[in-house]
Design a binder for this molecule. Structure first.
Ligand SMILES: Cc1cc2nc3c(=O)[nH]c(=O)nc-3n(C[C@H](O)[C@H](O)[C@H](O)COP(=O)(O)O)c2cc1C
Length: 330
């Protein structure tokens, strides 16, 4: 019985890995993650804005908005808080590589099909084993069509792929009108895997101070549901592996994600809450559950609860939707 999996061409002992977060900024933490059984280390993202700022001395076109939006200038300070600039980022890739034997997956976050993507080449030269590309884009005007947004993001993927021979995973949001179509297009653009999902920053409002409150909540196990739905939907409709990111806190969550179709299981909130040693607990619990249920491998269960096994996913979705609403008892 084993937990082996292959993700991004990397042969891994388990699907469990630390997802993109500041955990990989600390080398002691990185070693603890490896000791606990993290089968790869995903680095936090370097943002397109950090690269273009170094290249062109600017972040966005905030000056243009600063008169009409008094807060605009304060964004500079906040962006300055970002820990690693491009050179430091490359240094950190090298240091993490030297600190652990498991594969290191660097992460870029960007949305503009332009020169910054060439930084991917330097990440490759710094020794990363793979790259995660986080496409975090919010269309903010009625002039932007869904089609144009998708075209732009696909261009970014193609450009990054043209810069590297590394495998590239694309981390997406669930907010596409036809995610199945977009996922297929990402595959055609060269994505070697998908990561479901990034979490959109959802600011709160302070009604006393009349301010927007940036907030980042850690996930709970219920966060996983949306991922399960789309893993199950996409499994076997696309030919590339998928990693789940969001809401895995227990071995049960990892099993659900695998049965829905995930090949890799990324954890962040659970590790921030319980420490890297949680990975070891999850690994043990996974093996115990598999022994009790007579599974030899994760391959055996992968996709067993995929929606694509269902003859009519559309009807299945609507029927269940109707059933849960009608079944509610006050
Ligand atoms: C403190 C923190 C920092 C994060 N930084 C990044 C990042 O740099 N790049 C990225 O792609 N995702 C980042 N994420 C998102 C996580 O990789 C992950 O997608 C998200 O937290 C959902 O997974 P979880 O439920 O296991 O936390 C961050 C999350 C947290 C909590």
């Amino acid at each position: 019985m084993n937990l082996k999996t292959t993700y991004l061409g990397l042969k891994l002992d388990t699907p469990l890995m630390a997802g993109a977060s500041p955990l990989a900024n600390d080398l002691d933490m990185v070693r603890r993650l490896e000791d606990a059984g993290s089968s790869a280390i995903v680095m936090p993202s370097l943002f397109e804005e950090q690269i273009t700022r170094e290249q062109f001395g600017t972040i966005y076109d905030l000056e243009a908005g600063s008169e009409s939006f008094a807060e605009a200038t304060t964004y500079f300070a906040r962006v300055d808080d970002l820990r690693l600039g491009p050179d430091n980022y490359l240094d950190q890739v090298r240091k993490v590589k030297a600190a652990v034997k498991v594969p290191v997956i660097a992460s870029l976050n960007g949305v503009t099909p332009s020169g910054w993507v060439e930084f991917a080449t330097q990440i490759q030269q710094a020794g990363a084993d793979a790259l995660e590309l986080n496409l975090y884009y919010l269309a903010t005007t009625p002039l932007e069509t869904g089609e144009a947004v998708e075209r732009q993001l696909l261009d970014v993927v193609r450009m990054v792929k043209a810069c590297v021979t590394l495998p590239v995973a694309v981390k997406v949001s669930p907010f596409f009108t036809s995610l199945c179509h977009f996922a297929k297009s990402l595959e055609a653009a060269g994505a070697d895997a998908l990561v479901l999902f990034n979490r959109f920053y959802q600011p709160d409002l302070d009604i006393e101070a009349l301010e927007v409150e940036p907030s980042l909540n850690l996930s709970s196990p219920s966060t996983l549901r949306l991922r399960l739905r789309w893993l199950a939907m996409l499994h076997s409709q696309i030919g590339i592996p998928m990693a789940v990111s969001g809401g895995v806190h227990t071995a049960e969550g990892a099993l659900k994600a695998t049965m829905a179709g995930a090949t890799a299981v990324q954890l962040v909130s659970a590790l921030l809450l319980h420490g890297p040693e949680l990975i070891e607990t999850l690994r043990r619990d996974l093996l115990q559950w598999m022994e009790e249920h007579e599974y030899d491998s994760l391959d055996q269960m992968r996709g067993s609860l995929s929606l694509t096994k269902c003859p009519n996913p559309q009807a299945f979705e609507r029927a269940n939707y109707m059933r849960v609403l009608a079944g509610w008892k006050a």
